[in-house]
Ligand binder design. Structure first.
Ligand code: NA7
Length: 551
């Protein structure tokens, strides 16, 4: 009959990934009535990435036990099989967490939050789901992750292609038969690199269309030994790791090397680079000389080492120059686009069935029924095209929900020319709304679970503050968000990041404002700054603003 059924909650949480489930657990512990809503069909869903991104080889680039919750001693009864786990195992981890914390009874799956509006009279959010249900709630928490909205470029003639075509973030759950097929992968970000190295060995032929080379680092993957894990758990090492991960820039268990590059001799530099390279993971990115992401001279040294190591692995001189150009032909400074971790990525290009085309020299002209025609006239035929073209990262997942604040302006409109947040967790005129692992927080420069726990804890405390003090609304002031936004820009402006087109700067989506989307001061500084705000009675927030007057 068109009359929506209203249901009342203390908090509605969007996203059943690391962030959303953390919120659910602790808000429930506080005695609040909460629900989590997620588009995906399983926990660890769309907003934690591991539901939709089930393309071959999809795995996490943070090693375990860093990539897991540190809460409730969950680590004790869980063992990972390898250092960088693949998506099926991460999904199993979420099922394990669900069993331990009894989460899913409060999770609504296969459902999307379509819009939300703040009602200034009762000071509550009305949240509408695509099922037609409407919830009203006091707190509205967006835990959508940084990659909830995938990006498909508008290539000419795309709908003409008659073969199989999927974006990596919408890969069919049942998989695709790839053996012996003619396959094209467009894009060489983290998703492209992971699926290329997996598909190359099974494809009849694989063509990679690369716009920008990925400055990949060795993953150094290995199987984990259950006995060794047991020993480490017994010695208390896991507790130390979980504590330490909050004390490092990126939320890992290593930090930048506390010297500038040029303070050391060429031999010392080489020794450090070699050690970091052998260690694997992000050490060569976030454990390197502390000026590497600030000084072009220091950055060049790291780049040269990377190029030397990488070029040695590629046989064909043409492929070598496309995949790992020399410093003089460099596309971007090292580390200012997200380096991916690879296992056999470069060796795959030594196979005779694998080609790479540099799109800057030979762009896509048009898609055809059978494949893709290149600018130089070459007509390539494919059975399968995989679009590894990324995401409307960091902000896209938030603004795709129609959220209206106290002045009736939507979040999408408010952020259409640039993002404004206070502490990377709130935005003015959207009272009692918190988000995490999103814009102007440490998001993209940090290990996900660390960031989620740091921000999650702060949000839980803020909600508790409101509940205990009978506060109706807590809203960032325009002045405080202007200050934070400038602070985030200032932290980035002194680095090399602004000089590179990347999703860190919003520069991967045509028309998206170019700005620093992530807080570049590191986890410890961020935590300190947020805690200082809380200690000062949540300075920079307005409490119980008279919205009816404003309206
Ligand atoms: P990314 O890292 O954004 O990579 C997308 C890739 O797609 C990248 O190589 C892009 O080239 C390429 N791309 C994007 N648009 C086009 C067009 N129009 N033509 C050709 N190539 C294009 O996304 P991922 O999914 O790989 O990874 C996202 C994050 O998830 C990753 O950083 C991790 O944090 C996990 P470009 O570099 O823009 O030239």
């Amino acid at each position: 009959n068109g009359i929506a059924a209203y249901k009342s909650l203390d908090a509605l949480i969007v996203g059943a990934g690391f962030g959303g489930l953390y919120q659910l657990h602790y808000l429930r512990k506080m005695g609040l009535q909460c629900k989590v809503v997620d588009t995906a069909g399983e926990l660890g869903g769309q907003h934690s990435i591991w539901y939709w991104n089930c393309y071959p080889g999809a795995r996490v680039d943070s090693d375990v036990p860093l990539y897991e919750y540190s809460i409730e001693d969950l680590f004790k009864d869980w063992n990972w099989s390898e250092r960088f786990p693949e998506w099926p195992e991460i999904r199993k981890y979420f099922q394990y967490v669900d069993k331990k914390l009894d989460l899913s009874k409060d999770v609504i799956l296969n459902t999307t939050v379509t819009h939300a509006e703040f009602d200034t009279k009762p000071c509550r959010w009305n949240v509408t789901l695509n099922s037609g249900e409407v919830y009203d709630c006091r707190f509205f928490l967006l835990c959508t992750g940084f990659a909830a909205k995938h990006y498909v470029p508008n290539f000419k003639g795309m709908d003409r292609f008659k073969g199989i075509m999927h974006h990596t973030a919408k890969y069919p759950q049942e998989g695709i038969e790839l053996k012996g097929k003619k396959i094209c992968v467009i894009g060489t970000g983290a998703s492209g690199v992971q699926c290329i190295q997996e598909i190359g060995p099974q494809a009849g032929h694989l063509t990679v269309l690369q716009r920008t080379p990925n400055l990949c680092l060795p993953m150094n993957q290995h199987k984990l030994d259950a006995e060794e894990e047991k020993r480490l758990k017994a010695t208390g090492d896991y507790d130390k790791i979980f504590k330490y991960r909050k004390e490092t820039f990126g939320g890992f268990h290593f930090d930048f090397y506390q010297k500038d590059c040029m303070q050391e001799t060429a031999e010392q530099q080489r020794a450090l680079y070699e050690k970091l390279w052998q260690g694997g993971g992000f050490r060569f990115w976030l454990g390197v000389y502390k000026d590497t992401l600030f000084s072009k001279e220091a950055n060049d040294r790291a780049y040269e080492f990377w190029a030397e190591k990488t070029r040695a692995r590629i046989n064909d001189p043409k492929k070598k120059n496309i995949l790992a150009p020399l410093l003089k032909d460099q596309h971007h400074t090292f580390g200012t686009k997200r380096p991916s971790l690879e296992q056999r990525y470069y060796e795959v290009y030594n196979q005779p069935n694998v080609d790479v085309i540099a799109l800057k020299q030979n762009p896509i002209d048009t898609f055809t029924e059978k494949g893709i025609k290149m600018k130089d006239g070459q007509e390539l035929e494919f059975d399968v095209i995989i679009l590894a073209t990324g995401f409307d990262s960091v902000t896209g997942g938030l603004v795709q929900i129609d959220i209206k604040g106290t002045d009736g302006v939507s979040l999408a409109d408010k952020w259409s020319k640039g993002t404004w947040t206070y502490l990377g967790m709130t935005t003015a005129n959207f009272p009692n709304m918190f988000f995490l692992y999103g814009p102007q927080g440490p998001t993209a420069f940090s290990n996900g679970p660390t960031c989620v726990e740091v921000q999650g804890e702060w949000i839980i405390d803020a909600v508790e503050h409101c509940v205990k003090n009978n506060v109706k609304t807590m809203d960032a002031t325009a002045q405080s968000e202007a200050g934070w936004t400038k602070h985030v820009a200032d932290l980035t402006d002194i680095t090399l990041f602004p000089g590179t087109d990347s999703w860190y700067m919003g520069a991967n989506i045509p028309g998206k404002p170019r700005e620093a989307l992530n807080y570049a001061g590191g986890i410890p500084r961020y935590t300190r700054e947020c805690n200082e705000v809380a200690e000062k009675g949540y300075a920079g927030f307005a409490f119980d603003a008279p919205y009816d007057v404003k309206a």
